[in-house]
Ligand binder design. Structure first.
Ligand SMILES: Nc1ncnc2c1ncn2[C@@H]1O[C@H](COP(=O)(O)OP(=O)(O)OP(=O)(O)O)[C@@H](O)[C@H]1O
Ligand SMILES: [Mg+2]
Length: 235
């Protein structure tokens, strides 16, 4: 079976620092694969390396069986990978509507359908359609960021810590919507909130010091308190 996304022994330098030192994982189509690990483990760098925002110096990254490392970011994105960055990457000066318009690569029936779907999922965005991105609440910014990645004809979404800085009740809302989007798209989720990760995730990989050190089904991690303590610092 061809994996949707596959990383093999990926290494990445940022300046002279050897940040990723062997990251390997596989993402089957239709599933949510969660990347876990302490602060500074290399989760964000891994997503950035997949998108070509950081360059892999070694290893291989395959998307639908095709090697993508070394390609420019816009080409990687145009193959159908959407990226929701850790800092959300929305335009504070633009309205919600403008943020969505700028994000849409090619307007057609399908993007219109996707837009309709995502506005149903995040009704707040519709309510604040004319409001500037910078004036939204943290949760609404997160929803806008996810909506921007979802609206295009992507079949893989990389989402970096969507719960970061959000109140628990908002986390729950974001979690429910990702849970629903899961029916429509394959997801790689970086998430330190274990409730969110374990509710949505099908399988997990743990990164530590720039290397993947553990993998398994989410059920196994739920039952393995020792592993959670060792690598995630949570019980
Ligand atoms: N621009 C940079 N220059 C130097 N070092 C960097 C840079 N960006 C990241 N790093 C380092 O690379 C390591 C991995 O960072 P990364 O952001 O990928 O971790 P992370 O797992 O996403 O952490 P967090 O949970 O805090 O978001 C860290 O030690 C970080 O300090
Ligand atoms: Mg990060």
């Amino acid at each position: 079976m061809t994996m949707h996304l596959k990383l093999e022994h990926v290494e990445t330098y940022i300046d002279q620092y050897h940040i990723l030192q062997g990251v390997s994982f596989e993402v089957p189509k239709g599933e949510v694969t969660v990347l876990l690990g302490r602060n500074g483990a290399g989760k964000t760098t891994t997503l950035r390396t997949i998108m070509g925002l950081n360059q892999a110096s070694k290893g291989r990254i395959e998307y639908n069986g095709e090697e993508i490392q070394g390609l420019p970011t816009y080409k990687i994105a145009s193959k159908g990978i959407g990226y929701v960055p850790e800092d959300q990457g929305i335009f504070g000066e633009l309205t919600v509507e403008e943020n969505m318009k700028v994000a849409i690569k090619k307007e057609n029936d399908e993007t219109n359908e996707r837009l309709e779907y995502i506005l149903k999922l995040f009704p707040d965005l519709k309510t604040f359609w004319k409001k500037r991105g910078g004036n939204l609440s943290g949760g609404q910014k997160q929803m806008l960021s996810i909506a921007r990645a979802y609206v295009n004809d992507n079949d893989l979404l990389l989402i970096d810590e969507p719960s970061k800085g959000l109140a628990p009740i908002v986390v729950e809302k974001v979690m429910e919507s990702i849970q629903e989007m899961k029916e429509k798209t394959t997801i790689v989720l970086v998430e330190q909130n274990f409730i969110m990760a374990s509710t949505i995730g099908d399988r997990f990989y743990i990164l530590d010091d720039g290397k993947t050190v553990h993998k398994g089904n989410m059920e196994e991690l739920k039952e393995n308190e020792q592993l959670r303590k060792q690598y995630l610092g949570i019980a």
